[in-house]
Design a protein around this ligand. Structure first.
Ligand SMILES: Cc1ncc(COP(=O)(O)O)c(C=O)c1O
Length: 389
């Protein structure tokens, strides 16, 4: 964050001064301009700036029609907000396991859950939406989810109109088959948390939609469900975006394509150095005995590497070894959502979603940001080689 700030300091401070001079601090022209720019970047019909990615998820779900008593299918391997936003609408999350290659929500398992009467022990109550997460900056298999809504979920879709809502919090600028994350479902949520690829100087988020009428609905919902001041048609909330955050984001938006490209180059450098050091063999196989496994990359995906994640044995010892050499790393995520104590009411237990559970034991995110140098990447890979030698 410090290196990025050093590069854009004058631009950012100028933008913040512009907002202070305007004395317009909440929503207003900066937020409206950002909304137009994000809609253009993602290819969505509209965008609505809001207070955080979590708020964006709630808006995305409510606009898509999710309400108390409904169910929403989502991944067990994500940040907590992917599921807590479902609960906040009054609906119930239905956790499904992830694809062992990408760790994104497994589209084949979702299809099976909806299609196979043997497999599903009981009918899912009022299925209203499927919420894939574009984990680490790589889109989930959106073709498969769209097919599932049309085919496997047909009986639900006729009754409820099952929507695909994207959790694109980690995926600004990502694409699937040439289409931008944020334009692949009915609605989509982005986070601008300070460590995200496009990040605010505080909390902020945005929700995009392919349906203009949903954009209008979300505009009301983020402002107390109010179509005009002091008149309220439905319950909304204060979920508005600050103008200062929008102004900072607009500065950074002019750099995001370059920054995402740098992340992709760094990922390629990691891949090359890991292979060169003999630490990886094939992308996903764990038969080879190589100590480091990379996640798979879908050919349809333009991956923006919010995180560069490897899977390793003795992960926690490796993490400590790297920390001793002052190399930061992080675990996204150490406990899958279905095993979080707060979700015990769903009745799932250890062993129910084995791929997510295994991933939680093995994943490690390595340093990844645009300003990273090749020498630093070398140091990380050499240190990992030292650990396993
Ligand atoms: C996948 C995912 N969903 C939702 C969120 C929530 O975003 P925020 O922290 O801006 O509320 C985040 C980020 O923290 C995230 O990574």
């Amino acid at each position: 964050m410090r290196r990025q700030y050093d590069g854009i300091r004058e631009e950012v401070l100028g933008a913040i001064a512009r907002v202070c001079d305007s004395q317009s601090f909440i929503l207003g022209p900066e937020v409206e301009a950002l909304e137009r720019e994000i809609a253009a970047l993602t290819g969505a019909a509209g965008a609505v700036g809001c207070a955080s990615g979590t708020e964006a998820l709630w808006l995305a779900l409510v606009a898509a029609g999710v309400k108390p008593g409904d169910s929403v299918i989502t991944t067990a391997f994500s940040f907590f907000a992917s599921a807590s936003a479902i609960v906040r609408t009054g609906a119930t999350p239905v956790f499904v396991d992830v694809d062992p290659g990408t760790l994104n929500l497994d589209a084949a398992l979702v299809a099976q859950l909806l299609r196979d009467r043997q497999f599903r022990r009981q009918r899912i109550e009022n299925l209203r939406a499927i919420l894939p997460v574009h984990l680490y900056g790589q889109c989930a298999d959106m073709d498969a989810f769209n097919r599932t809504v049309k085919e496997d979920a047909r009986e639900y879709a006729q009754e409820f109109g099952v929507a695909i809502v994207e959790d694109a919090a980690q995926a600004i600028g990502a694409e699937w088959s040439g289409r931008g994350a944020g334009s692949l479902g009915v609605t989509a949520a982005f986070s601008f948390y300070p460590t995200k690829n496009l990040s605010a100087y505080g909390d902020a988020g945005i929700v995009t939609t392919t349906r203009p009428e949903m954009a209008e609905h979300m505009r009301r919902l983020r402002n107390h469900g109010s179509p005009r001041r002091y008149y309220h048609d439905e319950f909304g909330w204060n979920g508005r975006m600050d103008a200062i955050q929008a102004a900072v984001l607009r500065v950074k938006l002019t750099h995001i394509a370059d920054w995402n490209r740098s992340r992709q180059q760094h990922a390629a450098t990691y891949d090359r150095l890991f292979a060169g050091a003999g630490l990886t063999s094939s992308q996903t196989s764990n038969q080879s005995g190589a100590p480091v496994r990379l996640l798979s990359r879908s050919p349809q995906a333009k991956h923006v590497f919010h995180q560069y994640v490897i899977r390793v044995q003795r992960r926690d010892d490796l993490r400590k070894f790297l920390a001793d050499r002052k190399i930061g790393s992080e675990i996204y995520y150490p406990l899958p959502l279905h095993l979080q104590p707060v979700f015990s009411y769903l009745g799932l237990k250890a062993g129910d979603l084995p791929v997510a559970e295994q991933a939680a034991q093995e994943v490690l995110a390595l340093p990844m940001f645009p300003e990273l140098t090749e020498a630093e990447i070398k140091l990380v890979v050499e240190s990992i080689a030292d650990f396993y030698s």
